[in-house]
Design a protein around this ligand. Sequence first.
Ligand code: DX5
Ligand code: ZN
Length: 208
Amino acid sequence: MKIAVSFLKSDNYKKCIEKINKTKCDYLHVDMCDGKYVEDKNFTIKPLIDTLKISTKPLDIHMMVTDPIKYIDELAMLNIETMTIHIDCNDSLKTIDYIKSIGIKAGVAINPDQDVSLLQPYLEKVDEVLIMSVVPGKGGQAFIESTLDKIDLINSFKNNYHFITAVDGGINGETINLLKDKNIDLVISGSFVTQSDDFDNAIKMLNV
Ligand code: DX5
Ligand code: ZN
């Protein structure tokens, strides 16, 4: 299971990214909040790109935005592992195709209140399904346990397609135990790591 760290809940993104650079995590998880798809807005694109240039980790971009397509070309110059959009953003299928056409892996995210059947049109296209275990928009929320059944269902489709599964939100040293036998490929953790005194030790606790 790979680990991505989210800096959403940190006060100083640059300092936090520098600390994440020094850890053994696999990816930097970049939460983009546009103030439309989610209540908060946390970026304008050019300063965000400047901030992300300091990352030495490949980027796992999570676009909690209504119109992801308008950011893709500018972001594409960065070292990106995956770009993930939400199923209910504008032009979602077209956006997935566009991300793949420029040689970047594409992911689709599903919220806690969305039915798994909504993923059907995406499954043959995407490289990753990101299962939200909190309502998108804020770091530091509690893991929603009803996500566990959804994970089982989505994982049961894995053999027929080529996507990996990721879980995002509320993952800490305790809730990670709920995921350890779930055949998850990537977990995203934010506040548990970035609000600890020792990032590496927190990441170690996620390596169950
Ligand atoms: C939620 C974000 C998550 C979040 C993870 O809107 O997509 O990536 O920042 O942070 P924690 O681990 O604090 O829930
Ligand atoms: Zn996220």
